[in-house]
Design a protein around this ligand. Structure first.
Ligand code: HEM
Length: 131
């Protein structure tokens, strides 16, 4: 029987499983492994902190995901196909491992953040700064 996401160990299992799948994915895997050449020892603990902050309200993640993804988008455009793939893998990983209220919440949060990120990245940026 599956259990809910209850603590940091559960987040670690989710994040590790998610990025194992991500690295094997032909659509977005190369963005991580070839374009950005992610340093996993650094990235994974950051993602444990990120999801613990989002799900359990612990303010341990320090960073700005929007700015990071604006920078990634300059090197490898992040469009609907890339976001749909990211969300599909995230939802599949959650559903394979967990079930319950927190499992539903983390999927909703991921969906909202992904959709906002997608919208901001693909919105035209103003060419001049209006003071
Ligand atoms: C098209 C989909 C996405 C791709 C290809 C992608 C790719 C990446 C990559 C390559 C990094 C590592 C950057 C580095 O090591 O310098 C990263 C960082 C990160 N990603 Fe994503 N990402 C995607 C969507 C998302 C979404 C939807 C979320 C949140 C729900 C998210 C949350 C984060 C966070 C929190 C970081 C760490 C940022 C920091 O503090 O440096 N990503 N992403």
């Amino acid at each position: 029987m599956k259990v809910d996401i209850n603590n940091r160990s559960d987040i670690i299992l989710l994040v590790d499983s998610f990025y194992t799948k991500i690295q094997q994915n032909l659509t977005i895997g190369p963005i991580f492994t070839d374009v950005v050449k992610v340093d996993w020892k650094h990235h994974l603990p950051k993602m444990y902190d990120f999801w613990e902050s989002i799900l359990f309200g612990k303010a341990i993640y320090k960073g700005n995901p929007m700015l990071s993804h604006f920078a990634i988008n300059e090197k490898a455009p992040l469009h609907e196909k890339e976001f749909d793939t990211w969300k599909k893998i995230f939802f599949e990983t959650v559903d394979e491992l967990f079930e319950g209220e927190n499992a539903s919440t983390i999927k909703q949060k991921a969906q909202s953040i992904a959709d906002l990120m997608h919208f901001k990245i693909n919105s035209p940026q103003p060419k001049i700064k209006i003071i």
